[in-house]
Design a protein around this ligand. Sequence first.
Ligand code: FPP
Ligand code: MG
Ligand code: MG
Length: 326
Amino acid sequence: LALPVLDADLEARLRARMVEVEERLEREIKSEAAFITGAARHLMHAGGKRFRPLLVLLAAETGDPTRDGVVTSACVVELTHLASLYHDDVMDEADLRRGAESANSRWDNHVAILTGDFLFSKSSELTASLGADAVRIQAETFTKLVEGQILETLTPGPDEDALAHYLRVVEGKTGSLIATSARYGARFAGAPLEIEEALTAYGEKVGMAFQLSDDILDVSSESDESGKTPGTDLREGVPTLPVLMARRSAAPEDARLLELLDGELTDDGLHAEALELLRRHPAMDEARRYVLDRAREAQDLLKVLPEGPVRDALDAFAVLIATRTA
Ligand code: FPP
Ligand code: MG
Ligand code: MG
């Protein structure tokens, strides 16, 4: 568990419930067809941080975390996330996921898309068992997630700010499901509505910080700590927070960086030069501040929670996400 829980009882409870989540997930992704079970297990067994179900369980500590809907909804968000990864790797033509071959690479696009659909159907079956409100929340969440993902494929219009467009993408494709994870935890543990709403807003901020810290790591990390190749987004021309912030600069000393960012960075020498210039650029600190501000906003939303280890853990969690190094 990547949780900064300082309270031993709380940590033990979370660990025990996380085992229940894993067991339930294992049961839920079984199909009559052994091939489908294997394809669905492929990425689930490959690893993953289980960040979303963990947030469900932690948020549930604001009420009665032993209620049935808590573990069920933790499985719903993980299955929805897992489903979206199968589809995402098709869209991104990615061949690696969680250190394993992506499904599209191990099999093909058809298998990856249909396995994603299968997992999404399983997630929907589980959601139905949580009642009509959960179905509505799930549907609204998925609308936002898909809207964000589609928006990502569109370039911003001439009058649209590239950074604002990008932040809308991130809010949709990542913020929505993480916000719902926090909501489900509070809701199915029977926490008061005020807390459910504060935690939903908290989840959205934390979700943004989670995705945007990934952007910073793409530039700043060394591969031995992140397990990824530094500058991958940069090489592929994927917009990231530091790049979008650097591009807003009109300072004469940035002319070379902007010229490099405008061109192809498939050449190793040009790529290394751009990465080095970006690492030293003030946009890096600007981006770090932006992410930390989202974490601070998330922390502020926790003020409606009673003081204690649960609030402390959620508080530390927000900063941990924003300052993570892997
Ligand atoms: C990862 O982003 C992708 C997402 C957060 C959402 C993807 C959503 C879809 C493809 C729609 C799913 C539809 C169904 C029916 C399940 P990324 O590519 O930036 O991150 P990565 O580095 O983890 O690939
Ligand atoms: Mg991807
Ligand atoms: Mg993607």
